[in-house]
Ligand binder design. Sequence first.
Ligand SMILES: C[S@@+](CC[C@H](N)C(=O)[O-])C[C@H]1O[C@@H](n2cnc3c(N)ncnc32)[C@H](O)[C@@H]1O
Length: 292
Amino acid sequence: MSSLKAPSLLTPQGVDYAMIDSGEGRKLERFGTVLVDRPEPQAVWERKLKAEKWAGAQAVFAPKGGDEEGESGNWELRGKVPERWEMSFDGMPFYARVTPFRHMGCFPDQSPQWAWLKQTVKPGMKVLNLFGYTGVASMVAAGARAEVVHVDASKKAIGFGRESVELAGMGEAKIRWICDDALAFVAREGRRGNSYDVVLMDPPKFGRGPDGEKWEFFDGMPGLLRDVAAITKPDGAVWLTAYALRVSSVALGTMLGEAMGKGEVEVGEFVSEDGFGRRFTNSMWARWEGTK
Ligand SMILES: C[S@@+](CC[C@H](N)C(=O)[O-])C[C@H]1O[C@@H](n2cnc3c(N)ncnc32)[C@H](O)[C@@H]1O
């Protein structure tokens, strides 16, 4: 049985991102040089900045009617917004972009995880990044000279990750890019007897493997966690993140602790804070660390 540590609140660090203002159901953010105005149902308070400041946003997302909390909607681009632009974490560059969903092709709120990786990963360690998407976490681990396996079901997403590696001049980095169903890959690694020091997983609520394999969080987690436990070293670590789901960090930590067994579980929230100290949660996380 694992012991569960109390929730921690973690805000972005080391990344050129800022939430400038929030309120009235929206947030005004700066991703590198680009100012973005997006929906944020949690921001029920009043905005602090004048309308002129908000009007300076270069990308404004209008949700589709009836889907105020969902991802569907349209971007209005004002002025010149490049197809992709540079951001960085602790000096390591990667690309941001306007995506058809309401995100910017990168998740600065996860930067406390990148900082943890930088601190924890030692040369030669094996790191598995499941549902890896942008690849920023894979790049941070590879920058610490780990051998990284990055798995995502989307060829396009893998392409984005590779573009960022090129931008960062990390051609020599040990990252294996694998377009596969996360569950199928982990089960296969178990059969091959491969094991990892660190496993990251950021599964969506719903998803599809490359051959249309259905992923649904609550149905899929028990099997995925069981197989992840089988390929994680007893002194390793597993970090699970969840967005847009009816799940608390404590429940995530319990799932993880039950599957992983002996070790410590810490749980928390990735939190955004605007320029006036108003905060809300972006996602939940739980991290298991085995006995050293
Ligand atoms: C929430 S995003 C992960 C974001 C990631 N933490 C990052 O920093 O970029 C979820 C990713 O899971 C991928 N995905 C969905 N279903 C999958 C499956 N069955 N197997 C592997 N990847 C899947 C999607 O293509 C998407 O890139």
